[in-house]
Design a protein around this ligand. Structure first.
Ligand code: ADP
Length: 408
């Protein structure tokens, strides 16, 4: 019998990340990444690994991959060669990560021309991401038009946030005319780890108040009541909220007027400043938390300051979301930093004992791939480290859409 499969795409402006799952149990068959697409001067970088780990490859093509159309062919070749996907007839569906779904999308949807037009319309809200995501969708639809394709949005999970939390205190007409509001991102990760937390705690998700902290190069927090997001730290764009690798997170918006007037910075320069030159990098010159932690351990005062600022901001959001939720049952750390940095977890929980949150220092230092429980015995709030898996979540949501389609 033919084993049916689900393919997940995460298409960036110059990269194509993919993962292949078995439809029946969503086990991973293969995953890969094609980078430097469109860079005609250098060879594309390919990496590919199949589930046995036997076929792990870091391939360097001697020639460039001109565009996403060619990238998809290269991917199909790698899958075919590895024997993990020999024929497109084995595909039950393709799931595409789409960053911005605006207010149009509350859940994953089957892609058709109308959906494509809607995603296109949202480009002004995500000018870097949505066009890249669309490119992946278009070439995949061209390549295998007979296969059901599903869009899974980063913003969709946060569409449950109530009006009083998603609106900015700006003239209401800006929301009506320009759709200026909080959307939030990392939705697939927040929803995945919240569900995993409920399974781990063996309690119904709809009875839990959970704060999820997705801390990677980008970082965001979410307050989740009964499985629904009621607030999140990223806003109209991923800039707001926590301090990130190169992004400032929250600041006084008047800083922009001040810098515009005093330093003559125009809009583009301000955009670059806040998105690319600020955050951890702005404070200590480094944006990678591992490097920063090592420098802080060696006594580098700026690195220590950057680390302290990152954790202090995080702590303020934990406090805010405990208030928003009226108390939390569980706090989840995820993302590259959340999953790996015992220091960040320790500093951000430090001093919150009165809020019912006590870390067990020993447990916090354990490193393991599985879910790790790190609260002390007397902590009222569970503290969990849960590895995120956005590709799995996209595959799972894609499957739900396909199953619904088959049932109707
Ligand atoms: P992205 O948002 O790009 O998916 P990741 O979730 O992979 O990023 O997170 C990347 C971040 O995780 C980097 O800042 C990296 O330094 C950090 N990180 C990874 N491992 C560790 C570690 N052992 N200690 C501290 N930080 C780590």
């Amino acid at each position: 019998m033919k084993i049916m499969k689900i393919l997940v795409f995460n298409s960036g402006s110059s990269s194509l990340k993919f993962q292949l799952f078995v439809k029946a149990d969503l086990s991973v068959l293969a995953s890969g990444l094609i980078e430097q697409i469109g860079d005609l001067k250098s060879a594309a970088k390919l990496s590919f690994v199949d589930s046995s780990g036997l076929l792990a490859r870091e391939l360097k093509r001697s020639d460039p991959v001109a565009d996403h159309r060619e990238a998809i062919k290269v991917m199909a070749e790698m899958l075919r060669e590895s024997g993990t996907l020999v024929d497109s007839g084995e595909l039950a569906g393709i799931g595409h990560r789409v960053v911005h779904g605006g207010e149009a999308f509350h859940e994953p949807v089957l892609i058709d021309e109308i959906v494509i037009a809607d995603i296109e319309e949202l480009i002004p809200l995500a000018p870097l991401h949505n066009p890249a995501n669309l490119m992946g969708i278009r070439v995949a639809m061209e390549h295998v038009p007979q296969i059901s394709q599903v869009a899974v949005f980063d913003t969709a999970f946060h569409q449950s946030i109530p009006e009083h939390a998603y609106l900015y205190a700006l003239p209401y007409s800006l929301y009506e005319k320009k759709k200026v509001r909080r959307y939030g991102f990392h939705g697939t990760s927040h929803s995945y780890v919240a569900r995993q937390a409920a399974l781990y705690l063996d309690r119904p998700l709809n009875e839990l108040n959970i704060i999820t902290l997705h801390l990677g190069n980008g970082a965001s927090a979410a307050a989740i009541r009964g499985g629904k997001s009621i607030d999140t730290s990223m806003g109209l764009t991923p800039l707001e909220g926590l301090i990130k690798g190169t992004r400032s997170g929250d600041l006084d918006p008047a800083i922009l007027f001040y810098l515009g007037r005093e330093s003559g910075l125009d809009m583009d320069a301000l955009d670059t400043l806040l998105n690319k030159e600020s955050g951890l990098k702005g404070i200590c010159g480094e944006n990678d938390m591992r490097t920063i932690s090592e420098a802080a351990d060696r006594g580098d005062s700026r690195a220590r300051l950057a680390l302290t600022m990152f954790c202090y901001r995080l702590q303020k959001y934990i406090g805010a979301y405990m208030a928003a939720l009226g108390g939390a049952d569980c706090i989840v750390f995820t993302g590259g930093i959340g999953e790996n940095s015992a220091t960040v977890r320790q500093l951000s929980c430090q001093g919150l004992e009165r809020l019912g949150l006590t870390l067990d220092q020993e447990k916090n230092r354990i490193r393991q791939k599985e879910i790790l429980e790190i609260q002390a015995a007397d902590s009222r709030v569970s503290l969990l480290v849960i590895p995120t898996d956005e590709e799995y979540e996209i595959a799972s949501q894609t499957l739900q859409v396909i199953n619904k389609l088959m049932a109707s």
